[in-house]
Design a protein around this ligand. Sequence first.
Ligand SMILES: [Cu+2]
Length: 412
Amino acid sequence: MKNWFVVIVLFAGMQLHAQMDEEVLLIARNTGEKVVANGDTIRTMGFAFSLGENPDVPGPTLEFNEGDSVEIDLWNVSQGAPHTIHLHGLDVDQENDGVPHLSFDVPHMEHGYYKFKAPHAGTYLYHCHVVSSIHVQAGMYGLIIIHPPDGSKTTWDGGYPYDISMSLLMSEIDTIWHNDTILLHDHDPDVEVHEVELPVYDPQYYLVNGLSDGQIPEENMALNTSVGAVNYVRLINLGYKGNRVIFPAEFDAEIVASDGRPFPTVENSDTVYIYPGERYGVLGTMPAEGLNSITIEYFDLNTAELEDTQEVPIVTEGYVSTTELATNYELLVKPNPFENSFSIEADLKEKSEIEIVLLDLRGNIIDVIQKPKKMVGSVSIEYTNPTLASGVYLIQMRVNDEVRLNRKIIKN
Ligand SMILES: [Cu+2]
C-alpha cells in the first residue's frame, strides 16, 4: 500500500508541472552595468533570462496569453540581499505576490517559484519588493503584457484590433543611488528593515524603456508605423515622478484602457497623465507620412514643476497618402539595408522642384542628397557615405518645398 501512495503523489506532482503553459526563469543579480546618456557606466541590480546576459534596466518584458498558467522561477544569484517578484496589478494570491513577510523572499543562490493564472489582457509590471525604494531604483523591474486568450493583436478579448504596438516604460535614474555604498549592502536575515542613509532623490536621467536623450535615436527607438495603421501604445510609469505624455494632434489619441482594464467609455485626449505604478493603453493612427514625435514630460509630484522632457519619434512611411501623389511621384531606395552606398530612383510624372535629404529619426538633416532642382521623368541618384553610423534613417523627398515621401533605410 505504501508504494501505491508514493506513485500517486509523484504522478500528481508531475501533472501539476505539465499543466503550466509558461515557465520563465528570471535571474536576479546585483552586478548589472548600465551605460547612461553621458556615456558613464553605472552599477545596477536587475533581472535577466540567462547568466550570460547583463541584467538590463528595465528587465525583460514577460508576455503571456490570458488564462495561461504561469510559473516564474526566480533564481537569486546576487550577493547579499534577498529578492522577490511582486506582480504589480495582477490579482494573484498573497502567497505568490512577492511582498516579503506576507509572501516569501528568495535568499542568495536559492530559487523561488511564483505561480499564477494570467489575468485579464492588459499591461502590468513586476518588480522586486525587498527594500523596494532601493531595489526598484537599482533596476529590478520590468513589464508584463497579457494578450487575449487567442494571442491575437487585440487590446483584450472582444476589444480593439491593432496593427502595431509599442510600450513606453518611464522611470528615472539618480546615479548617487547606484553607488556601491547603497547597492552593495550585506543582508542580515535577523534584521527586518535594512537601514541605509538615502540621499534626496534627484535624478539626472529620465528614461523611456531605459534610454534617454541621444540614446533614443542611437538605439533607433521609435514608433515605426505606416499611414492608416492602428497603433496601440502602452504607457507605463515606474518612476518616482509624474509623466505627462503628449501625442501629436493628428494621431487622434484615444485612451481605451487603464491598469489592465478597459475604460467603459473611450476618452479622446492627446495628453495622458500617468502617476507612479499606473498603466494606460492608447490607440491612434497617423494620417500622413512624415516624422512626428511623442513628447514625454517628467514633473515633480509635489510641486508639479517640469523636470525633463524626452521625445520618442513616430516614423510614418510606406504608403502615399493621396491619389494625386501616388500617380505623380515614386521613390525607390535600394539596396536596403545598405553598406556604404545606395541608389535612389525617383519617377516624376510632372516637372517639379525636387529636394532629397537624409534624416535621422529625430528629424535632423544628416545630408542633402539632391539639392532643390526642377526635374521630370525617371531620375537615378547614387549616394555614398562610408562614415555614416549604423542605424535607421529616413530618405525624404520634398516636392516644391513640401514633404511628400519618406522612406526608411537601414545602414548596416
Ligand atoms: Cu531585490
